[in-house]
Design a protein around this ligand. Structure first.
Ligand SMILES: *Cc1c(COP(=O)(O)O)cnc(C)c1O
Length: 220
């Protein structure tokens, strides 16, 4: 699959913005996910008028941040974070979307007091994917608030290839956020964005639908 050029990427982002406006009436915004693509893709995102960019891997986020210098990208960390990586990430990362355990919340609070986070919820009990079981979300939110973090909302990943299970995930997470009075709902990716929007997503994290397939053998 050939890489898209700058103008094509800008066009696709603008079309996706338009599609989201139509689907959600303005409730759902786009978080472009640039994992496996280079800094030039982030430049195209900026050119399309977006500042927020999602990345999955600490090293890759840091490398792109370095390559781009001070371009005011609002980096969202959307992949699992090891506690020992937090210290290096606190400069660039604006939103920590994958806080899923008290030890990680404490470390982020210690390194970046008042930092903005989302609690990642795992409704599917998928090993290795990260996320806190729904039954533990309330106590983790309390821990994070007590540590002084800005808990903006919840984040979750659907069940790949299973629209029914995915709807159930989105419904559960939306209800939890509502119960806890949290505004931000980061849910929906290229394959399930419409379902996420239906369930009240405020932020869809989109990679492939904007930038094309990631090269095989990449880190996903
Ligand atoms: C890769 C990834 C995305 C983007 O997925 P696409 O299918 O490329 O849209 C969103 N969220 C998370 C957590 C991811 O790992």
């Amino acid at each position: 699959m050939p890489r898209l050029d700058h103008d094509q990427v800008v066009d696709r982002i603008l079309s996706m913005d338009e599609r989201l406006r139509e689907l959600s009436g303005g409730r759902t915004r786009l978080l472009p996910v640039t994992k496996a693509f280079g800094p030039e893709t982030v430049l195209a995102v900026l050119a399309a008028g977006h500042r927020a960019v999602g990345e999955n891997y600490a090293q890759e986020l840091l490398a792109k941040h370095e390559a781009l210098g001070d371009r005011s990208v609002e980096w969202h960390m959307i992949g699992n974070v090891q506690r020992n990586k937090v210290r290096r990430l606190v400069g660039p990362v604006a939103v920590w979307q994958t806080i899923d355990r008290p030890a990680l919340a404490s470390e982020v609070a210690r390194r970046t007091p008042g930092g903005r986070i989302l609690v990642q919820v795992d409704c599917l009990d998928m090993p290795g994917r990260g996320g806190c079981p729904p039954g533990e979300v309330e106590s983790l939110v309390s821990v994070a608030l007590d540590a002084g973090l800005d808990v903006a909302g919840l984040m979750s990943v659907g069940a790949a290839g299973d629209p029914t299970a995915t709807r159930e995930v989105f419904r559960t997470v939306a209800r939890l956020a509502d119960d806890l009075g949290l505004e931000e709902l980061s849910m929906g990716m290229s394959d399930d964005l419409e379902s996420a929007v239906e369930h009240g997503s405020t932020m869809v994290r989109i990679g492939r639908a904007l930038f094309g397939d990631r090269a095989t053998g990449d880190m996903t």
